[in-house]
Design a protein around this ligand. Structure first.
Ligand SMILES: [Zn+2]
Length: 420
């Protein structure tokens, strides 16, 4: 199931759109595109949790413990109502709110509680985030063949499957996130980035619309029927089902855009957040109902490097994509990342007021430098700019769609800002 019939890679499609609206940063983004394609993610095991050794119990014990055996779904359907920003329609000439959208690829709790800590910060500052769930973190090793990715054998994945003893914690954390108003989107499942330059036809860059729809259908199924694969996991039903997943970010930002968008539209999605962009107001993709919520290129503090606002792209530029470093390196990276966020927010606050979109994998690279910089940025912004609103992508879509078309057009026509 390999599909390579003359379709464009994301870099070309993304840049075509970019050329029309952001000529000033095209060359810079191109450099970033090259960085993204050249490196790939360093290792699946450092991403999206699920890296610890298995603590699976014997199957007989499982059956004996199986208070939940026979459970076929583990969700509330239709979903419970969720706290959500009520969009306010601007008057002509009125200054728009300053939004920050923090989006996490993975959305799976780790043993160290990285999601719990972020949810604690969110509660403190009244923030809503978007979690793009990597759904295999709910599929245990012994059920790996339930997953059949397009172009792959059953059970193949570039991300690890779940340690069974982590699944209940992840379900509880997702329940907490949803009830607190955070959005659950999808980062899909197997995270196949492949390496097109080496002629390997294994990545999502080669998937057609049908392939993407298969991946989405499996992602929904793994979420809605998580107890089937985890009969001994002691967790209450999720307060939502897969129908809440209305947005996506692709693995390594790859994927043929027309094919991906056709699949997302057919599946009722509202947006995709995988393109490169700038500090500008979002628009819909051309001839599409989908919103384009890109990762902007930010100027790395005290350098002339422009980097997409995703931790991996920072790492590639700050430490040659090496995930380990001494304390001085960790401190330098944390401070530079934090200051880059601050500079970027200052630029839009004083300028076009475009939403600031940030991405993270909540990884532990470089002593947790990226997670620490995010916590610092969130807490300090809440103090220094109490009017800033931290919202999810779906809330941003709600807000954009609530605006008078003429008002929205004026915002979208504002020139992009540069973060210096
Ligand atoms: Zn990823």
């Amino acid at each position: 199931m390999v599909h390579n019939s003359g379709r464009q890679g994301w870099g070309v499609a993304g840049l075509e759109a970019l050329l029309r609206r952001q000529r000033a940063v095209v060359a810079l983004v191109l450099a970033i595109v090259v960085v993204v394609l050249a490196f790939g993610l360093p290792s699946a095991s450092s991403e999206e949790g699920s890296t610890q050794s298995s603590a699976e119990t014997a199957s007989g014990q499982r059956a004996a413990d199986g208070a939940q055996l026979g459970r076929t779904t583990g969700v509330v359907s239709p979903p419970e109502p969720q706290p959500r920003l009520e969009p306010v329609r601007l008057q002509p000439g009125e200054q728009p709110p300053q939004f920050v959208v923090l989006s996490m690829d993975g959305g799976c709790e780790t043993r160290s509680g990285v999601m719990r800590d972020l949810l604690d910060t969110a509660d403190r500052i009244q923030a809503h985030f978007t979690f793009f769930l990597s759904g295999l973190c709910l599929v245990p090793h012994d059920r790996s063949t339930d997953y059949h990715a397009p172009g792959h054998e059953p059970g193949e994945s570039d991300l690890p499957f779940a340690d069974p003893d982590m699944v209940a914690t992840r379900i509880d954390t997702l329940s907490r996130a949803y009830r607190s108003g955070h959005e659950i989107g999808t980062h899909f499942l197997g995270h196949f980035c492949g390496d097109l330059s080496q002629g390997q036809h294994t990545g999502v860059g080669l998937w057609n619309a049908e392939d993407w729809r298969s991946e989405i259908a499996q992602a929904r199924n793994f979420l809605d029927t998580w107890p089937v694969r985890n009969p001994t996991a002691q967790a209450a039903d999720l307060p939502f089902d897969a129908s809440v997943m209305k947005g996506s970010r692709t693995p390594c930002l790859l994927g043929d855009r027309p094919e991906l968008h056709a699949a997302l539209e057919a599946e009722g999605f509202r947006y995709d957040a995988s393109d490169p962009g700038g500090l500008s107001w979002p628009k819909r993709f051309e001839n599409s109902p989908l919103w384009n919520f890109p990762l902007p290129a930010l100027r790395l503090d005290q350098t002339n490097l422009w980097v997409l606002s995703m931790d991996y792209n920072f790492l590639a530029n700050q430490n040659n994509a090496r995930t380990d470093g001494d304390q001085a390196t960790c401190d330098r990276v944390e401070q530079q990342t934090y200051q880059t966020y601050v500079n970027s927010l200052d630029a839009v606050l004083a300028g076009n007021r475009a939403p600031l979109i940030l991405g993270s994998h909540l990884n532990s690279w470089l002593c947790g430098a990226y997670v620490k910089s995010i916590h610092r940025f969130l807490d300090d912004t809440a103090v220094n700019h109490p009017d800033v609103q931290f919202i999810s992508f779906q809330e941003l879509a709600d807000w954009l769609e609530a605006q008078d078309p003429a008002v929205l057009t004026e915002l979208q026509q504002r020139p992009g800002e540069r973060s210096y």
